[in-house]
Design a binder for this molecule. Sequence first.
Ligand code: 5GP
Length: 144
Amino acid sequence: MALNGTYDPDNIFAKILRGDMPAVTVHEDDVALAFMDIFPQAKGHTLVIPKGVQARNLIEMPGDRLGSYMLRVQNITRAVAAALEPDGIVVTQFNGAPAGQTVFHLHFHIIPRWEGEVLAGHSGGKQADMDELKSLARQIAAKV
Ligand code: 5GP
């Protein structure tokens, strides 16, 4: 899907927000939901999505909702840092399929990095072990 288009209320993340699809939740409030990426690029790969908006990407996010959402992105990034103590953290966000976006509900990726560890491909990795994801989610949630 290119940059211009309409929001699909049946995209995977909308379904997760509605409870129609399962997700391993890290943290949730009235502004955002943080959950584990099911095809993680690295251990602890977490996604943060805004609630109550139909924004496919950053461009479409209402300005008056952006600040509170970005605070959640920062809070979860801090929690990932505290819980997993990585050497670095990549925070990324893609706009439009040609830019690498595959799910069209705004989200930020929080991807811990460790020295010498190769990053798995974006949306090309293998599905994570659910018990491991739940354990990581609990560790991160404890630091939010
Ligand atoms: P994008 O490519 O849009 O920037 O990122 C979408 C992300 O969602 C990818 O990292 C992909 O692994 C993840 N993803 C795709 N389907 C699911 C799913 O059903 N559950 C979860 N938790 N993550 C998903």
